[in-house]
Design a protein around this ligand. Sequence first.
Ligand code: ZN
Length: 302
Amino acid sequence: MQSQQGGLIGAIEAGGTKFICALAQVDGTILARARIDTRTPTECFPEVTAFFRAAEVDHGPIAAFGVASFGPIDIDPASPAYGTFTTTPKPGWQGARFHDLLDPFDTPFVVDTDVNGAALGEWLQGAGQGARSLAYTTIGTGVGTGVLRDGRSLMGFSHYEMGHIHPAHDRARDPFDGVCPYHGNCLEGLAAGPAILKRWGTSLDHLADDTDKLDLIGGYIADLAANLVLMHMPDRLIFGGGVSKAPGLIDVVRRRTAARLNGYVSHPLLDAGLENYIVTPGLGDDAGIVGAIELGRQALSR
Ligand code: ZN
């Protein structure tokens, strides 16, 4: 079966525990899909290659790849280290390069971060549809934010690291020191899943009846939300990831963000109560692979 309108796209959502690989048509239709456990690159890259080679035999040649990956990773196309993992503590991954995986296919590819990929997926098919600019934040094992404008992720000399800003930390209310190995009480150190587990011994969705705890974590996240508004003025803020699923948390984030901004930013997009402005994802776990396919489209058009 050959189906090559515009060429086929190889999409990879590279996560800390699993790689989701998909062969897709340009319109996004997925023709083949696999889940490969993340181990060292020497262990899992050959399995990724084998999947795509087999998929090419079944469906036709791949014209471009899109990769949405965990990091930190160099995502600057002008950099000689493009697609190379930088400071990750994950064994075997520091210095690993997606070039080593993808060069043998001799096709263009685009590498971006996992959170930028999820942001793209939500923009295309989820809760970000219709937004010219948006910020997608994941709050789970870590915290990260991707900011898009017109369907392109923004960066500086490297990808953003907004999970490591410092929210206001009242130590009388929350004496917890935080768990970030670099900063202690940055947002990730105070509000990501491991911080909640270490502080209270369980996950936030088991603490949803405890309004003080929900308010504390929601307040930290609201500091990021307010800063995102002030620094990027996105059309919409999306909050995903495991911690964000705690019942009632998003309502706290909305309320505390409005309190932080205190009426200073006035725009029709900032609705009363922020219910249309601060939202949860529409795609769930598929955002990453949908975004990776879009990165493949961008590679095709380069
Ligand atoms: Zn940090």
